[in-house]
Design a protein around this ligand. Structure first.
Ligand code: SF4
Ligand code: SF4
Ligand code: SF4
Ligand code: FES
Length: 351
């Protein structure tokens, strides 16, 4: 065994200094279940779902927080690990209204998946009654505290990923809840409606408004695309059913690594808007009249040609758009410089 090697389930794996047991496992496709762990943030060790057995350790350890060390012998599904995870799940299921039949997150819920895997029924302990009413003050999402498992992923996403600091843990013990500043409704708080918390919530505690009137995410098809709202070019998945975009999630790729802003996440209704222009319009006798693309492009080419011949290329300027991709804007300046022959290129973002 080299110096930096541990064994997981009897097999040796190399690791680098600073990696946790969970890091090594993930890198080698060994599944350790997690609820609170959020990539690229500091582990909190809140949920204890990722516990593993380490030979010689006095108790089970949280693999997301414990650094790998040389010679460590780890078991990820030993009887004591499975027993602990099942007990943990039973406690989580008993503390709230985990009624999967009516939950919009059903089919996309880690608690549901893990309960199924570890045969946790939620009947072992008496269920506690919900203490807090749902918060519907945010225009885009609902906070249902009765389904919150206090994993803290939303807090980390808001604080460490989006750096908005709009939410945090509040109160103590069985009164604990995720609160916005001074326990204000989210709609009256510092929340900027980016929806990062919605995306990372592993259960149905944060869901889209009117989610019950939409298909669940597991019923949609994810279509990868580039956000067209600004030049950052965030990568996103459009969740589509019946040719309608039902929801948007960030794709884990550069430049956004899964994050989106309010426009990219919630501003996609225009795609299916009945008011959207689907044909070019040409003004005739003061009226905008639908036209074929060939006719419209022919008219533009003819007018630009006439102005250039009469007044020179610099009598023409082109105004690009933040609503185009970088590639489209690149082509547009090429068109201005190489086709028309002018450097008069500007962009609406400068206004
Ligand atoms: S929507 Fe964004 S700003 Fe508001 S609480 Fe969620 S992560 Fe924080
Ligand atoms: S709202 Fe969701 S992400 Fe936030 S603590 Fe509750 S369960 Fe976790
Ligand atoms: S999600 Fe927001 S930041 Fe990203 S490209 Fe769209 S508008 Fe720009
Ligand atoms: S994932 Fe490790 S404690 Fe929650």
């Amino acid at each position: 065994m080299s110096t930096l090697e541990l064994t997981i389930n009897g097999k040796g794996y190399a690791f680098t200094q600073g990696e946790t047991i969970l890091d090594v496992a993930c890198r080698n496709d060994i599944v350790i279940p997690t609820l609170c762990h959020l990539k690229n943030t500091t582990p909190t060790g809140a949920c204890r779902m990722c516990v593993v057995e380490v030979k010689g350790a006095r108790s089970l350890v949280a693999s997301c927080t414990v650094p790998a060390s040389a010679g460590m012998e780890v078991q990820t599904e030993s009887p004591s690990v499975v027993k602990s995870r099942k007990m943990n799940l039973e406690l989580l299921l008993s503390s709230g209204s985990h009624d999967c039949l009516l939950c919009p997150a059903s089919g996309d819920c880690r608690l549901q998946d893990l309960a199924f895997k570890y045969n946790a029924t939620g009947k072992r302990f008496e269920r506690t009654k919900p203490k807090y009413s749902p918060d519907v003050s945010n225009p885009f999402l609902i906070r249902d505290f009765s389904k919150c498992i206090l994993c803290g992923r939303c807090v980390q996403a808001c604080k460490d990923v989006q750096v908005n600091n709009a939410i945090d843990y509040g109160y103590r013990g069985s009164d604990a809840k995720i609160i916005a500043k001074c326990d204000l409704p989210l709609g009256d708080s510092d929340c900027v409606f980016c929806g990062e918390c919605l995306q990372v919530c592993p259960v149905g505690a944060l869901t889209l408004k009117k989610a019950r009137q939409k298909p669940r995410i597991c019923e949609t098809e994810a279509v990868r695309t580039t956000c067209a709202y600004c030049g950052v070019g965030c990568q996103m998945n459009l969740h589509v059913k019946d040719n309608v975009v039902q929801m948007v999630t960030g794709a884990d790729a550069v430049p956004n690594h899964g994050s989106l802003c309010v426009k990219g996440r919630f501003g996609m209704q225009f795609i299916n808007s009945p008011e959207r222009l689907t044909t070019p319009l040409i003004r005739k006798d003061g009226e905008l009249v639908p036209a074929e693309w060939d006719e419209a492009l022919g008219l533009v080419a003819e007018k630009l040609g006439t102005y250039k011949a009469e007044n020179g290329a610099d009598s023409i300027g082109v105004l690009a758009s933040a609503r185009c991709t970088n590639e489209e804007n690149y082509l547009f300046q090429k068109f201005a410089r190489a086709v028309i022959g002018t450097n008069n290129v500007d962009h609406c973002a400068r206004y």
